[in-house]
Design a protein around this ligand. Structure first.
Ligand code: GTP
Length: 600
């Protein structure tokens, strides 16, 4: 297809604003799937995606669309590039945006724009995409198209009348939207005679085919059977298959300038075909890769341990399997005196962590304990030695010269009545207000710099509860800064429990210590002797609770009493022992670890 007949676009939308429904409707309108066979939500493939209602992996679908012109009908090829819908995957979003020239900014006509949409809109603007503002769900009785058209128009600087109104559900306005895409989105530009350059915007592991890589060709052409080179690693592969998705994969004779499709090389690991990388021909190599390539970087770390220690090999194999489809997942073996053998796993963010954990438990039938998630700290000691700490229990000993923590740039959108509540929350979380804008008299956008560590746990929940669910949040990494952080240890009878160590701000060390000591006092059963539970910074104890000893006469009652009852008690004790972990001489039930590490 010649570039002048190609339009590449993506849809930017907040979760639940109806992106999948609209995408499905477009597939029907263009005849790519017929009404009868339309499977619900074609673009959301994975089970977890469907259940959680989020789109994790982006894909691309090719749709023909005939536009009536003066010289009769002309058929255009529309490539719809799906973008992932969550903050953890900002880099993938940026690459799928970079694969096209236009973006449909889709906003629920009953909700208005949300922080995530706004953040992605800014990304699209940075990529110089043509923005098509669209209000969705106009069939809803609660829709307020005039109000939100005004808001959208103000945001992108157009006339409210230019904001399209559609319903993905009923199909109203969808053909007009397709026409508008053809009319307004610029055609792709590239040099057909230059050495091939294609940008990878997604890479998915398929059990049967190996890795399926989604690309947008910028220059030249890629053809089946030729050898290609991945420019970031210089690795070469044979192009076993190349084609387009419409809506199933269809092999083609090649992809040229501006085309979007998939390729298969037989590699088995998405790490060999990385998002953002440039594909070129092996023989006729491009001199320069396309810009914007970044290595995925884990931001949040947590220890994952099987509850049943004998599951360790299963956990290891499961992680190896997940890694094939997840270039951002990193892990290394780790041992904890308290929890046994496990892994320290790095994630892009909390959602990524939850998804991985859920898949491990569901697909591999594992029961896991995860330690409190933490970020990565750069620690410099007085003697000049430096450490990258991803596990608090590995915090170096010695006098600390400085500690640096990652920070994020956060965007919060909320009704203006909640400004005070939001400011208070962000202040508590060591945030700095960077700016504030009214999108309309009653809606405000607030921009903050916040330490990542302060938002990984429960920030979003706290924000939601303070704003009765009305606020939305988006954030992206923004470098790092020095902070007054300390490591707090939790000790049972003088022994540190490594799984409970945490790195926290000095002002919050006491609260963390008291909270953990109180929790553990409740969770750990009484022993034959008194057990002090302490929280300490170095050798300085900052909080203390005591688990009192069992009173002797409780056991005494059994002696000489009902023999079977005594046996039962002993049996029960033995049962219980199996689920106990020894910390020094203190028996701690497995459940106590799980409960103490749970985040509520
Ligand atoms: P993610 O995949 O999680 O990003 O969600 P999404 O934006 O793709 O939303 P989805 O298409 O799954 O729609 C979310 C909800 O809104 C579903 O319950 C849809 O049935 C409903 N919905 C989508 N489009 C419309 C519409 O035009 N009108 C009405 N009334 N409901 C809609």
């Amino acid at each position: 297809t010649p570039p002048e007949r190609i339009r590449n676009f993506c849809i930017i939308a907040h979760i639940d604003h109806g992106k999948s429904t609209l995408a499905d409707r477009m597939l029907q309108e263009t005849g790519v799937v017929d009404q009868r066979h339309a499977r619900a939500q074609y673009l959301d493939r994975m089970d977890i995606e469907r259940e959680r209602g989020i789109t994790i992996k982006s894909q691309a679908v090719r749709m023909p669309w005939a536009v009536q012109g003066e010289a009769g009908d002309s058929t255009y090829i529309l490539n719809m590039i799906d973008t992932p819908g969550h903050v953890d995957f900002t880099y993938e979003v940026s690459r799928s945006l970079a694969a096209g020239e236009g973006a449909v900014l889709l906003v629920d006509a009953a909700q208005g724009i949300e922080a995530q949409t706004l953040a992605n809109l800014y990304l699209a603007m940075e990529n110089d995409l043509t923005i098509i503002p669209v209000l969705n769900k106009i069939d809803l009785p609660a829709a307020q198209p005039e109000k939100y058209a005004e808001e959208l128009a103000g945001l992108i600087g157009c006339d409210p009348a230019e904001v399209l109104q559609v319903s993905g559900k009923t199909g109203v306005g969808v053909p007009a939207l397709l026409d508008t895409i053809v009319e307004l989105v610029p055609q792709p530009v590239g040099d057909p005679d230059a050495p091939a350059r294609a940008m990878i915007f997604d890479s998915v592991y398929d059990t049967y085919r190996g890795v399926v890589t989604y690309v947008r060709v910028v220059d030249g052409e890629l053809s089946p059977r030729e050898r290609i080179t991945m420019m970031s690693t210089r690795a070469t592969h044979e192009l076993l298959e190349i084609g387009v998705i419409s809506p199933e994969p269809v092999p083609s004779k090649g992809l040229g300038v501006g085309e979007v499709g998939y390729l298969i090389t037989g590699v088995k690991d998405v790490r060999q075909s990385k998002v953002g990388d440039t594909v070129t021909g092996e023989r006729n190599q491009a001199a320069q890769a396309l810009g914007g390539y970044k290595e995925p970087r884990p931001m949040v770390f947590s220890g994952l341990y099987p509850i049943d220690g004998s599951d360790y090999p299963i956990l290891r194999d499961a992680l190896d399997r997940l890694k094939l489809n997840d270039a951002a997942l990193v892990y290394e073996p780790e041992t904890s005196a308290a929890l046994g053998f496990g892994f320290r796993v790095g994630f892009l963010g909390m959602l990524h962590l939850e998804i991985v954990r859920e898949r491990l438990e569901r697909e591999f039938d594992l029961d896991l304990i995860s330690t409190l998630p933490n970020v990565e700290y750069d620690v410099v000691l007085d003697d000049g030695s430096t450490f990258e700490v991803t596990n608090p229990s590995e915090f170096p000993s010695g006098r600390v010269a400085s500690i640096t923590e990652p920070i994020v740039r956060a965007t919060i959108l909320a009704p203006s009545e909640f400004i005070g509540a939001i400011m208070e929350l962000c202040q508590n979380r060591r945030g700095t207000l960077r700016g504030m804008d009214y999108l309309s008299p009653e809606r405000v956008e607030m921009r903050y710099t916040l330490p990542l560590a302060e938002i990984v746990f429960d920030f979003f929940d706290a924000l939601k509860s303070r704003t009765r669910g009305y606020a939305s949040l988006d954030y992206e990494p923004d470098g790092s800064q020095e902070a007054d952080l300390v490591k707090v240890d939790i000790l049972l009878q003088g022994d540190t429990v490594d799984a409970f160590s945490a790195i926290v701000h000095r002002d919050k060390a006491y609260a963390y210590g008291v909270q953990m000591a109180t929790k553990l006092k409740e969770l750990i059963p009484r022993q034959q002797f008194e057990v002090p539970v302490q929280a300490a910074i170095g050798s300085r104890v900052i909080a203390r609770e005591t688990i009192r000893a069992i009173r002797k006469d409780v056991l005494a009652k059994c002696y000489g009493g009902d023999i079977s009852r005594k046996r039962k008690l002993l049996e029960k004790q033995k049962e219980g022992k199996k689920r106990m972990k020894m910390v020094g001489s203190v028996e701690v039930p497995q459940e106590a670890f799980i409960a103490a590490l749970s985040q509520d």
